[in-house]
Design a protein around this ligand. Structure first.
Ligand code: FES
Ligand SMILES: [Fe+2]
Length: 463
């Protein structure tokens, strides 16, 4: 069999030097997970949940035209303060309501003056005969909106299946202030979401690479050590977490990062130095990867400001907003190509994986365990084979989550293998955090986890 024939039949690239000619180069993505337009399996799955669709600050005296999940929409705040999320094209003859006029109640099309309420009710059809029933015979496409933390969320599924607005244990924490942001990323949503479960990129892209390139550090140097990893599924396979355990002098730092399907992730401290004991400090950021269409997405986020996650006050409240964040270079596409080359960040790596990453051309290794796990759990959820999602629970209780930092004062042991110690401590901390997920009382859980980690530290010190 010729080399050419072998390649075509087996799709196995020949392992020869300078063999580029023979390599399969037809990119194929994974439509079941990447396509979210109306009627697609993943699109239907996304439409079970609430999603951020814009920042509150974007709602001005003019309507905002956006695309979400492949649907053209217009978002506006009418003069009574209600937020409307409507299909963008007028029900009359299709003109964009992005040119509409915001009224006391609803949004009026600029072409013939039809007036639409936030729920899609057609309030006026000027010019039609006074006895016309046309406006009562149907409604304009509308979605329910809810505003929280400076973000506008919409629910785009069937109204009869609308879940309660999601709440999490890291929301509304006394002493915590949050500020919203959004960035536009011109590639498929899954590339950003998968990045959440790729802790190895933190070591290289955000730490080691900076030293190599002479760029200023994107994260503290403590992130540059290769960690001992633990992986777990959470919330009935609707979520997953990784924990990264690192040695920092006489401390063991266990960083836990959690995601919840379909598209939410929580980042623990960005600026951890791990120079004192810390027990279950929570998150510096929420992030959602929201498809615009299959080739673009928004990252919506909430930056949390509190003493726990940023005791030295490195965050910058004033620089956060639309296309603006206060952490890490390379989160937006507003740099020159040369600047991107000299200091690449997350934005560059996501976008340059192709518009939709070619999953068939990848070579996954042991470091990609999280990626494989993410794809497996997402596929299972899209197919309706996962357990019930806590986001669809009718009680509307705040969902306990896991992202957190613990730092334990456990010095290296003479003559002992330190990675074995990291393995043991990291595994124990991960289990403590995970095993407390059924505790819905936030303060009780916080105390429970902190006490258990402190006890673990004491026990390990005594050994
Ligand atoms: S097209 Fe909108 S009112 Fe006619
Ligand atoms: Fe990153």
């Amino acid at each position: 069999m010729s080399l050419e024939k072998q390649t075509k039949v087996d799709r196995a690239p020949p392992n020869i030097p300078f063999g580029g000619y023979y390599l399969q180069q037809t990119p194929e993505d994974d439509p079941e997970l990447t396509r979210t337009g109306p009627g697609t399996p993943c699109g239907e799955y996304f439409r079970k949940f609430w999603h951020p669709v814009c920042l509150s600050e974007e709602l001005t005296e003019l309507p905002l035209a956006v695309r979400i999940l492949g649907e053209d929409l217009v978002i506006f705040r009418d003069k009574t303060g209600r937020v409307g999320v409507l299909h963008r094209h007028c029900s009359h003859r299709g003109t964009s309501l992005g040119y509409g006029i915001i009224g006391e109640r609803g949004l009026r099309c600029c072409y013939h003056g039809w007036l639409f309420d936030v729920d899609g009710t057609i309030l006026e059809t000027p010019g039609e005969p006074p006895d016309s029933r046309l406006r009562d015979s149907f409604r304009h496409g509308a979605y329910v909106a809810e505003e929280r933390y400076g973000l506008v969320f919409a629910y785009m599924g069937p109204p009869e299946s609308m879940p309660p607005f999601p709440r999490f244990d890291v929301d509304d924490v006394p002493g915590d202030r949050v500020k919203p942001f959004s960035t536009h990323v011109p590639c498929n949503w899954l590339q950003q979401h998968e990045n959440n479960v790729d802790p190895w990129h933190v070591v290289f892209l955000h730490s080691v690479l900076q030293a190599e390139l002479g760029a200023s550090a994107q994260m503290t140097e403590e992130h540059g050590a290769f960690p001992v990893m633990h992986w777990r599924e959470t919330h009935g396979d609707n979520g997953m977490l990784w924990s990264a355990s690192r040695r920092v002098n006489d401390f063991i730092w266990v960083r836990v990062f959690q995601t919840l399907l379909p598209n939410h992730g929580w980042t623990p401290s960005i600026w951890m130095e791990a120079d004192e004991s810390v027990y279950f400090h929570r998150v510096s950021m929420d992030r959602w990867s929201v498809p615009i269409d299959d080739s673009n997405h928004y990252v919506f986020g909430l930056r949390h400001f509190n003493e726990e996650v940023d005791p030295k006050g490195r965050g910058d409240w004033d620089t956060i907003g639309k296309e603006k964040v206060d952490f890490l270079d390379g989160q937006t596409g507003n740099r020159s190509y040369e600047e991107q080359q000299r200091d690449p960040g997350d934005w560059e790596v996501w976008v340059s994986q192709r518009t939709i990453a070619a999953r068939n051309l990848e070579h996954l290794g042991k470091t990609d365990l999280g990626i494989a796990m993410m794809r497996r759990t997402l596929r299972q959820a899209v197919r309706g084979e996962a357990g019930p999602s806590p986001l669809l629970e009718s009680s509307g209780r705040a969902v306990p989550t896991c992202s957190s930092d613990c730092v334990l004062h456990i010095p290296p042991r003479a003559g002992a293998h330190d990675r074995a110690l990291l393995e043991e401590v990291g595994g124990s901390v991960t289990d403590i955090v995970l095993d407390s997920l059924e505790m819905y009382d936030r303060e009780a859980r916080r105390k429970h986890v902190a006490d258990a980690v402190r006890n673990l530290e004491t026990d390990m010190q005594a050994q």
